[in-house]
Ligand binder design. Sequence first.
Ligand code: VGL
Ligand code: ZN
Length: 204
Amino acid sequence: MADEALVVIDLQNDFCPGGALAVAGGDEIVPLVNDLIRHADHVVLTQDWHPAGHSSFASSHPGSQPFTMIDMPYGPQTLWPDHCIQGSLGSDFHSGLAWTKAELVIRKGFRPAIDSYSAFFENDRTTPTGLAAYLRERGIDTLTLVGLATDFCVAFSALDAVKHGFKTTVRLDACRGIDLNGSLETMLRRMRDAGVTLEDHLSD
Ligand code: VGL
Ligand code: ZN
């Protein structure tokens, strides 16, 4: 039997309604994610974890507005409202999330000059978070991804997971998206093309 892990991406207050970078319906997935956690062999959580003044914040670039693009040394980067600042209430996991079973919390986005959507690589696409080696050393080769946001951190994580050779499923009914300039359609197509299994149990 393959060893499987559930990876819960960024289910944090700032990505839920009322948060600094709220994803529509972000909190609605909590009961289903808790169900999946209950049935999972292994659970890994990711936590977006930015220092104040992070380079992905529009507020760090005078004259720039959130949700616009900027060129960083590593390539184009979307600018966001200040969010998930280390230790803030917004960076906490949603209070309803049954997180205690998690065996690992992987924090990302803590380098001031690089954003990190993926649970595996930062946005320069070369700085690893350590997650792939951790999973491999544990003998885990099959992943199910859920969380926020479908078209950013979930999608980038799923694409990197298949790149690393993990058998990867995204449960779309346990995700919600931001959908910035068609990003949801684009990233669903990219995931499908890369060999990510997309499952939506609501439409079964
Ligand atoms: C995310 C934008 C900025 C995400 C994190 O979790 O999808 N999106 N930081
Ligand atoms: Zn972030």
